[in-house]
Ligand binder design. Structure first.
Ligand SMILES: [Zn+2]
Length: 246
């Protein structure tokens, strides 16, 4: 991996182009400007004074302690002992750091290819680097494929079994996994394993949540209606054969 040198040293009086006179003047800049406005100044006079201050046409601009703030870009007077500050206040200092950080990130990103995620493979969210306002699935197939791979619901599955599974999950609280039957050592039937804990053999408290196929069917029928349910069944059968379009 090659690392790009992104270290940057701002000299006194240097201003970041990105924020130059585009952000509000910082505390230090206001402090300096305040001295140049006489009390009860007229509005138009104040505008002239302000523009002169911004352009650097004011008395005392040659002072070695007076310079532009690196972030807000307005003139301020350095109050540090060794006359080494580049920003007028704390807010401007952190603002400058944020801009530089973003710039560093941009520079390091150049030429690097972002690893595609699962969604990128199935979802059209940008074209030639421009992101869409309304992203969409690349196609019907992509939509179903994304769900299938993520084990949400596989078309062709037993629908009642799937609903029962989801209900079980919801009742348990969505935290515990539903028990799976695993075939160990080539035995067809799973074997019960008794664990001895301090001489006491037994099982924990088990609550069985079970609903009959007929009951689930009746619920689905009531919720979606016979026509919609039939449509979905046909769709699932077709999808099981690899045909996703109706
Ligand atoms: Zn500033």
């Amino acid at each position: 991996m090659t690392t790009v040198n992104t270290s940057i040293t701002l000299k006194k009086g240097d201003v970041l182009k990105h924020t130059f006179l585009k952000v509000l003047p910082g505390t230090g800049a206001i402090e300096l400007a305040r001295k140049y406005f006489p009390p009860n100044v007229e509005y138009h006079d104040a505008l002239e004074i302000a523009s002169a201050l911004i352009d650097g046409h004011f008395e005392g601009v040659d002072d070695p302690k007076v310079r532009r703030c690196a972030h807000c870009g307005y003139y301020y007077r350095d109050i540090t002992k060794n006359n080494s500050s580049i920003t007028c206040c704390k807010q401007c200092a952190s603002g400058k750091d944020i801009v530089l950080k973003a710039w560093r990130r941009e520079v390091r990103k150049v030429g690097k290819v972002r690893r595609l995620t699962w969604l990128d493979l199935h979802y059209a969210s940008s074209y030639k680097g421009e992101s869409f306002e309304y992203p969409f699935w690349s196609s019907d197939w992509h939509m179903f494929e994304y769900d299938r791979k993520r084990k949400v619901y596989s078309f062709g599955d037993d629908f009642e079994q799937y609903v029962a599974q989801q209900k079980r999950k919801a009742e348990i609280g969505g935290k515990r996994k539903t028990p799976e039957r695993i075939d160990y050592d080539g035995y067809n039937a799973p074997r019960n394993i008794h664990v001895k804990l301090g001489g006491h053999v037994g099982c924990g408290k088990v609550t069985v949540i079970k609903q009959s196929r007929e009951k689930i069917e009746a619920e689905l029928l009531a919720r979606y209606g016979a026509k919609k349910l039939q449509q979905e069944r046909v769709r699932a059968q077709m999808a099981a054969l690899g045909r996703y379009k109706i």
